[in-house]
Design a protein around this ligand. Sequence first.
Ligand SMILES: C[S@@+](CC[C@H](N)C(=O)[O-])C[C@H]1O[C@@H](n2cnc3c(N)ncnc32)[C@H](O)[C@@H]1O
Length: 236
Amino acid sequence: MITKTILGITVLFCLCLTPFAAAADPLEDSFDLRRRQMVEEQLKPRGIKDQRVLAAMLKVKRHLFVPPGLRYAAYDDRPLPIGEGQTISQPAVVALMTELMELKGTERVLEIGTGSGYQAAVLGELAKQVYTIEIVEPLAKRSAKLLQELNYRNIRVKTGDGFLGWPEFAPYDAIIVTCAPDKVPPPLLEQLAEGGRLVIPVGTFWQELKLVRKTRGKITESAIIPVRFVPMTRAK
Ligand SMILES: C[S@@+](CC[C@H](N)C(=O)[O-])C[C@H]1O[C@@H](n2cnc3c(N)ncnc32)[C@H](O)[C@@H]1O
């Protein structure tokens, strides 16, 4: 009798809790769906094939990296403003540049232009260690805080002029630049490891996305596609 009563209470307790424990957040569900659609309808048709890149793009919650008032558009096929006159790049461009870095999971990588921290989070899923530099201090601070809240322990953010790279942790197996200089910054070539890949938009108004490789000390460049990024600015 006592057992029955205890069991009865237990069952009742479970029944009461279940609807709350299992209740899904409809907004999060709709973002999950839109993220899947982004991968299927924007990334795969544009030729992104690296399964690790596709998985990272599916996992990282892009809506957390855009201003709250623009979350509804977080998975649209376009760049979005993130404040301070800067932007978060179009998802397909993030995926393409990431794929060009050929990451397997063991690499030390450098990003120039942290912005919202979204690209850094994608890299954090795919490389061993990520170093990222942002010249606009409020953006660097905001993304460092968000990446910490999201528990990315393999990402270090600093405020600074990325033209100079981050010599302290060089060499890097891969470097990605998400703002456009008018020429490839020599310090980034110096800080690229042997066999390394540098993905960078180069030019003024319209730029060429370039893949630069260092092989046995020799630099080779290939042009990928025309792109439009914010300019690389220099510290005064
Ligand atoms: C297109 S946004 C970056 C998008 C970013 N990767 C993201 O995922 O949100 C380019 C960023 O480069 C930054 N930037 C411009 N010149 C820079 C420099 N010399 N060093 C570091 N960051 C720079 C801008 O302030 C801007 O935040």
